[in-house]
Design a protein around this ligand. Structure first.
Ligand code: SF4
Length: 235
């Protein structure tokens, strides 16, 4: 499929979400892909809200981008933070940087700072939109544009599922969309500051996420492991 067709297909899906699946929101971590989706939503004036999870450990560059997006687009961005008591409990049990001790300790931190706030964000909504792409990781290879979890009743939409990395950057540059300055410093994938580092040329784009863990480990934080399966293609 050509780049122009991919853009058009993503626009159609977003319009369909607004029409048929409201209230559904964009879950944005303000990475490159999320900025494409946000720009498409703003460009078409879609009534789709946007939220982000402020884990309390985000890099300053991400905070700066959120401020820039607010200013430039005039969008209302809902910010969800972890429950302070849950963070206190984690720190008491594992230490502030306990995630370096092992995968279980890391997942416990992600559960407190990301997964629980996501569940709160989704309460009362029919679904969520992500910037996930199949190309990003083996764990995302089976990703579909439209998925549904019968257990929770939530829809999950990934309008860029079949986009390439080049498509993403072509869109951002052609439309002068602001993006996280860390992308220009060797960070293809950006998460929390202590858990993300730049990758070397030729390394996998997600090699900088939780880099201390086994190279073959599943590099996911749990946000996208809520069991969801495919039910349909683009409306
Ligand atoms: S990415 Fe790191 S700091 Fe952020 S929630 Fe997960 S373990 Fe905690």
């Amino acid at each position: 499929m050509r780049y122009e067709d991919r853009v058009e297909r993503a626009r159609r899906l977003l319009a369909s979400i607004e029409k048929n699946h409201s209230p559904t929101a964009l879950a944005s971590s303000f990475g490159a892909e999320d900025m494409v989706v946000l720009d498409l939503i703003a460009r078409d004036g879609l009534a789709i809200s946007i939220f982000t999870l402020d884990t309390g450990r985000l890099p300053q560059e991400t905070r700066d981008l959120i401020a820039e997006v607010r200013h430039r687009y005039g969008l209302d961005i809902q910010v969800l933070t972890p429950w302070p008591g849950s963070v206190d409990s984690y720190v008491e049990q594992y230490g502030i940087d306990g995630f370096y001790e092992g995968v279980d300790e890391r997942k416990a931190c992600c559960a407190v700072r990301k997964v629980e706030p996501l569940r709160r964000a989704l309460a009362g909504r029919r679904g969520w939109i992500t910037g996930l792409r199949r190309e990003q990781a083996d764990s995302r290879a089976a990703l579909n544009e439209v998925e549904h979890d019968a257990a929770t009743g939530k829809w999950k939409f990934s309008p860029l599922a079949d986009w390439t990395n080049d498509d993403v950057w072509q869109y951002l540059r052609a439309n002068r969309v602001p993006y996280n300055s860390l992308h220009d410093r060797g960070y293809p994938s950006i998460g929390c500051e202590p858990c993300t580092r730049a990758v070397k040329p030729g390394e996998h784009p997600r090699a900088g996420r939780w880099w201390w863990e086994n190279a073959g480990a599943r590099k996911e934080c749990g946000l996208h492991e809520i069991p969801i399966r495919v039910v349909e293609t683009v409306a």
